[in-house]
Design a protein around this ligand. Structure first.
Ligand code: SF4
Length: 317
């Protein structure tokens, strides 16, 4: 059991914050610059499926456009960040779609271009577990020896029936294989999960958190299901067949998941980060400050914290 609520936070949070992680590793905060290389996804191009995951709008970079070079996109992102925060070190974030799903020569060229840009202190690569062939793993491993790399891996849920329901076209066993292959190469991994997927109860979401506790990843991104314009989920939602979490339900689930997770797993996101201009529901998620404040308040009221119920002798509760 873990007994210190503030061990991994310098800003009074009861969970292991990303800013604490950055400061302890790099000595300062880093800021993400989104890159959209115009890649596709095996779940959209017919290789494994068509139409993609039902909630997906391609995850395209909020501030960038594909068709532009990596350097041009990073220049534009640097200007945006400098205007807001002054001159800051950045993480080149290959964000849109599946960023290991392209010919190896193209991937190498894009990754190295990002690594050589001024102010780029680290690289993040968003992808799926079933898009990590040996040559891509070797490439990422080589990149990781030059610059810190994180692979952001979609897990979403531990439940295969939900993965089928959301048209993921990748089951949990395939996810596990990709995750372990990355860890064997000593690559930093941040898992993405979604709370409130269709058909899931709170207990099922806790089971997903327990699986993460067993895997003990470097980081995790937690968020709620969003309904975004133009997705298959939006059609289902308008037909009335989808029920979304209330803010209170989401807060309660997050608090219970945090208690289970290992204290040293960095919480890289604790609420949704979708494009507000395309958000259909839940509208409460658009007020991120209020969602985060509600989670902090609940943790404090219950006098609980990330890892309180984590038992590293069993790797789970
Ligand atoms: S795997 Fe990612 S990019 Fe592909 S359809 Fe699903 S959410 Fe979208």
């Amino acid at each position: 059991m873990h007994s210190s609520p503030f061990e991994f936070s310098s800003d009074n949070k009861r969970y292991h914050t990303l800013s604490y992680h950055f400061r302890s590793i790099f000595g300062h905060k880093l800021y993400k610059a989104a890159i959209d290389c115009g890649f596709t996804c095996p779940n959209a191009d017919g290789t494994k499926g068509t139409g993609g995951c039902i909630f997906c709008d391609g995850g395209s970079g909020y501030f960038t456009r594909h068709g532009l070079s990596v350097t041009t996109q990073l220049d534009s992102e640097r200007k945006r960040l400098n205007k807001k925060y002054g001159s800051v070190p950045i993480i080149a974030y290959f964000q849109a779609n599946t960023n290991t799903y392209a010919p190896i020569t193209e991937l190498r060229e894009k990754y190295l271009e990002a690594a050589s840009c001024p102010d780029v202190a680290a690289i993040s690569i968003g992808t799926r577990s079933d898009c990590l062939p040996d040559e891509v793993l070797e490439l990422i491993s080589d990149l990781n020896s030059r610059i810190p790399v994180t692979v952001e891996l979609g897990m979403q849920t531990v439940h295969n029936e939900t993965l089928r329901r959301i048209n993921r076209c990748c089951d949990h066993e395939e996810f596990l294989e990709g995750y372990h292959r990355l860890k064997e190469k000593n690559i930093r991994v941040c898992l993405h999960i979604i709370n409130g997927l269709p058909g899931e109860t709170a207990d099922m979401m806790l089971e997903t958190a327990k699986e993460i506790a067993t895997l003990h990843p470097d980081g995790v991104k937690l968020q709620m299901l969003h309904v975004i314009q133009g997705t298959r989920l939006a059609d289902e939602y308008s037909s009335g067949s989808i029920t979304l979490l209330s803010q209170e339900e989401y807060t309660d689930i997050i608090v219970r998941q945090l208690e289970i997770l290992p204290p040293d797993t960095v919480i890289e996101r604790i609420t949704g980060d979708g494009d507000r201009r395309k958000l259909i529901s839940p509208m409460w998620s658009a007020d991120k400050k209020s969602v985060i404040a509600g989670i902090d308040k609940r943790l404090s009221e219950l006098d609980t914290w990330q890892g309180r119920l984590y038992d590293n002798r069993r790797n789970s509760i």
